[in-house]
Design a protein around this ligand. Structure first.
Ligand code: SAM
Length: 254
């Protein structure tokens, strides 16, 4: 899969893209990252990429000409792949969107700065807008990296463990079970006995139950969106009963 990232600050992204799973995926030719500095498509003496907003008000707005020139010179006109603007006004990014994007051969991510981009970029160049959450960051680079990372993890072969992405939180609609590693006891806190038992069927059952329990406790909204099997529902009911919580903390509609 190919990612083209258009930004005024490519250096912000480079180290992250060259680290860990993203770098390994690139080395195995599963992904290609192409960074483009929008400033390279400015033709005035000062390499201007932003200007004051029409109508007044504070802040600067990213000019349309360098953005159109950058995207069209790299991707053609019209662009040969979806061009996604990073924006707090976009649809909120989640696992499902990451999965959908991971099936595409090529996407482009456009990072805004300042007050954002001239609206004609939104109307006539981009096909989609994605937000990473209901808060405002100073630039689209972190959102773009979040998308590249989440999408790359879902490309078959990108994770060493073939089940890795499927086990992760959100992939199955639940949060993942807790993890422990050596030592078996740290400051008197012991690893749950079952994980040391070598009984893989029992471990899998325990993990499933823990997954249900922590989703119930930490993200009951996710559980509400699930249709649980009879076995899961029974396990969850038992876990709910065993909880030592005041009644008002236990939602009973999941
Ligand atoms: N004035 C804009 C608004 O209120 O909608 C916010 C501009 S923000 C300071 C600058 C850039 O950061 C945006 O153009 C966008 O590319 C990026 N950005 C900020 N918050 C974001 C978010 N939650 N999700 C995705 N991109 C975001």
């Amino acid at each position: 899969m190919r990612f083209d990232i258009f930004t005024l600050f490519p250096e912000v992204c480079e180290t992250y893209l060259q680290t860990g799973i993203l770098e390994k995926a690139r080395q195995h030719n599963l992904v290609e990252f192409h960074m483009h500095n929008i400033r390279d498509w400015t033709y005035d003496r000062h390499h201007t990429t932003d200007d004051m907003p029409y109508g007044g008000g504070g802040g600067m707005v990213m000019k349309p000409e360098p953005i159109f020139a950058a995207v069209e010179s790299v991707l053609g006109s019209p662009p040969t792949c979806p061009v996604i603007l990073m924006s707090p006004q976009g649809r909120r990014f989640n696992h499902k969107i990451a999965e959908d994007l991971s099936r595409l051969p090529h996407i482009a991510l456009l990072c805004g700065r300042y007050e954002g981009v001239d609206e004609r970029v939104v109307e006539h160049l981009v096909n989609d807008q994605i937000s990473v959450g209901d808060y405002v960051l100073s630039g689209g680079e972190l959102p773009a990296l979040s998308i590249v990372d989440a999408v790359t993890r879902l490309i078959p072969g990108a994770l060493g463990d073939p089940d890795g992405a499927w086990d992760d939180s959100h992939a199955s609609g639940l949060l993942e079970y807790p993890h422990y590693t050596r030592p078996p006891e740290f400051r008197g806190w012991k690893v749950p006995e079952i994980l040391l038992s070598g009984n893989h069927a029992a471990i899998n059952r325990w993990r499933r139950e823990q997954s249900l329990l922590r989703t119930f406790l930490q993200r009951p909204d996710l559980l509400q969106a699930q249709s649980l099997s009879a076995t899961d529902q029974k396990a969850l009911d038992q876990l709910k009963k065993s909880l030592d919580l005041p009644n008002e903390n236990i939602p009973d509609n999941v």
